[in-house]
Design a protein around this ligand. Structure first.
Ligand code: G3I
Length: 377
């Protein structure tokens, strides 16, 4: 198996990455009132996601550079982007984003070393012939992938989503993939974490999922909790839970708009998670606003209020040290392409609007940071 070739720019971004790592909370670009600065004052890293399609948009990049201490490639470190086939790796897209971040002294998160869901793994994997010893080949393939990607970015990335979305929220069972069919789901998840620890010994290793605070998410919360308990009991090297925080309900048309919440159950969940010694990250925050009224001022206010209430609760946990949006501007949100609003209006799930002007949601995040107690160093 030939090792992937490194791009010529790699040395540059690794050197710049080391410098950025010395300033974990602030990029060189943030002014005193930026979300990065407001978060930094409380020991919270604020950031967002950048995708290949954003790299040509100078105004959007400038907004990210001004507001973020941290970015995460939206799709470019996933198997789907880095593995054109079983033999090769393609890091060109991920490298371009990492190079931009490090040139601006912005930290980088890694997402994701294993998306434990057949639907989001590359098509070739579903039909791959694992040969006469499929268990051995599945372990080899997973180990090779995780160690190659984690090693490559370890000098820059200090926090990896090692495993993403392993739990089926409808059944509470672990999903099955081409790899786990041969290796077993628990073994697959364990192997991913163990390999990541070896390849990036200093990085924070995260399990990332989208269980949330709505009343209808009890099964998902419970199943994730059980998974984390099993991982801890087995000594699997996991450091934190990534709470994606795609807020709002995709389906609800309730008058409050964003679904019935169960704050008590959510706090119980977070208490149990942090009680295991795990840190917390908000990794992908946005607000799905389909059920909210069309009127923009009203809708923005409801999104902001929801965000503020959510962040106040989350930031009451000192174990929470990172808050990431899944896109800073409504110009690019992934939600635009998924489930359009019934009234045909554009969605407004992000802290800045499509013209890159700040919205009430941006103030809600800022105010939540101002109100938060400082995290321990
Ligand atoms: O790049 C191709 C383009 O060449 C092609 O013409 C186009 C046609 O569909 O597809 C483009 O790829 C799309 C890619 O986003 C880039 O825009 C894929 O189809 C699309 O499936 C992919 O969606 C991403 C999704 O994850 C699946 O990987 C979203 O952008 C991304 O925001 C979303 O992110 C996930 C997190 O990783 C995990 N948590 C949930 C979150 C939201 O779903």
């Amino acid at each position: 198996m030939p090792l992937p070739s490194f791009s010529p720019g790699r040395r540059d971004f690794l050197a710049a990455g080391a410098a950025a790592a010395a300033l974990p909370f602030l990029s060189g670009n943030a002014d005193a009132d930026s979300l990065a600065s407001l978060g930094a004052r409380k020991g919270i890293r604020f950031g967002s996601t950048i995708g290949t399609g954003h790299l040509a948009d100078q105004a959007y990049l400038a907004l990210n550079a001004a507001q973020c201490a941290l970015i995460v490639p939206e799709n470019e470190m996933k198997w789907g982007a880095t593995r054109p086939d079983v033999r090769s790796f393609d890091f060109s897209r991920a490298d371009a984003i990492v190079a931009w971040a490090t040139a601006h002294r912005i930290g980088v998160r890694g997402h994701t070393l294993l998306w434990h869901s057949e639907r989001w793994m590359p098509g070739w994997l579903a039909t791959y012939d694992f040969g006469p010893q499929p268990r051995v080949e599945a372990a080899r393939l997973l180990t090779e992938h995780v160690s190659t990607v984690a090693r490559r970015y370890a000098p820059v990335v200090d926090s990896f989503d090692v495993v993403n979305e392993a739990v089926d929220p409808d059944t509470g069972l672990l999903r099955e993939t081409a790899i786990s069919r041969h290796l077993g789901a628990e073994e697959t998840i364990d192997l991913a974490f163990r390999t990541a620890r070896q390849a990036a010994p200093k990085a924070e290793l995260v399990y990332n999922d989208y269980m949330g605070w709505r009343a209808d998410e009890a099964r998902h919360r419970d199943a994730v909790l059980r998974l984390l308990e099993r991982l801890k009991a087995r000594g699997t090297p996991i450091d934190a839970l990534g709470v994606q925080s795609h807020l709002g309900s995709k389906y609800s048309d309730s008058p409050t708009g964003l679904g019935a919440l169960d704050e008590r159950a959510w706090r119980t969940f977070l208490d149990r998670v942090t009680g295991m010694g795990l840190r917390l990250l908000v990794t992908e925050m946005d607000v799905h606003d389909n059920p909210l009224p069309g009127d923009i001022a009203r809708r923005d206010r409801m999104v902001a209020n929801h965000t503020r209430a959510y962040l106040d609760l989350m930031l009451s946990y000192p174990a929470l040290h990172t808050v990431m949006c899944w896109g800073l501007s409504d110009r690019y949100t992934w939600l635009n392409g998924s489930r359009p609003r019934p009234d045909g209006m554009a969605k407004r799930p992000c802290p800045f609007d499509a013209d890159l002007s700040p919205k009430p949601m941006r103030d809600a995040i800022a105010d939540a940071f101002r109100a938060a107690s400082p995290r321990a160093a």
